[in-house]
Design a binder for this molecule. Sequence first.
Ligand SMILES: NC(=O)c1ccc[n+]([C@@H]2O[C@H](COP(=O)([O-])OP(=O)(O)OC[C@H]3O[C@@H](n4cnc5c(N)ncnc54)[C@H](OP(=O)(O)O)[C@@H]3O)[C@@H](O)[C@H]2O)c1
Length: 242
Amino acid sequence: MSAPGKPVAVVTGAGRGIGQAIAVELARGGYRLCLAARTREQLEETRAASGLAPVDSLIVLLDLAEAPAPAALIETALAHYGRLDVLINNAGWAPPRRALVKISEAEQDRMLAVNLRAPIALTRLAAAHMLKAGGGAIINVASTAGLRSPAMESIYAAAKAGLIAFSRSCFSELREGAVRVSVVIPGLVDTGLIPPNKHLDRALMLKPAAVAHAVHQILTAPPGACPAEIVIEPARNPERSR
Ligand SMILES: NC(=O)c1ccc[n+]([C@@H]2O[C@H](COP(=O)([O-])OP(=O)(O)OC[C@H]3O[C@@H](n4cnc5c(N)ncnc54)[C@H](OP(=O)(O)O)[C@@H]3O)[C@@H](O)[C@H]2O)c1
């Protein structure tokens, strides 16, 4: 078990993109980390970027589309560190934009599992621990797709809308137990999740660090205040007219 003391944050999807930026930001803020995803090399890169020793940057390989994964992740983090202060539900997945009728059942189920079922299960399990421990923070990474429901993103939008509704309800329910649940809702971010597209000006898209900054704002809010919901849009519209 790692030494007690510094707070501990679990970050899902920590191997690249937004999750990597959040992990690095949390390490800078004095957190020890539990880094979860499926690709070891990418998590090793995040570990190196965090500057943390391996004992303070535990790597957990798992597929959050699998039902037992959330419980395994929380149990592994608690067994290693003996505490859990922050959960960042960041892992997400969507295939390239496509008509609803062209989506397979397997893709449908994976989108719902990774973007909605896993963060719900992780929140439920982490909250149970945090309520007993006297408090904590849970931050869910949704998407403006969940607010706007664009065409060709129906299932992803449904999952993210569900995550926003879930986060709002959990905020109201858990705050009396000192567990703060927030949702960050980014617009287009320049990561590998968004494939090359001539209709997008990538230079105008948000950088992953902008989402990490919102996480920092939530975790460093003044006593007695909780930023329950942060929507971050690119300052200029990256979508070129067609
Ligand atoms: N990029 C955007 O424009 C944008 C906008 C709004 C919201 N978001 C949301 O922001 C979050 C991060 O997205 P991103 O753009 O940083 O995407 P990304 O670059 O594709 O990174 C996704 C991360 O999630 C992990 N992941 C994916 N499926 C997983 C699974 N089944 N089990 C465990 N880990 C899994 C990936 O690692 P492995 O593949 O190694 O498992 C990776 O570390 C997602 O929730 C996404 O929906 C993104």
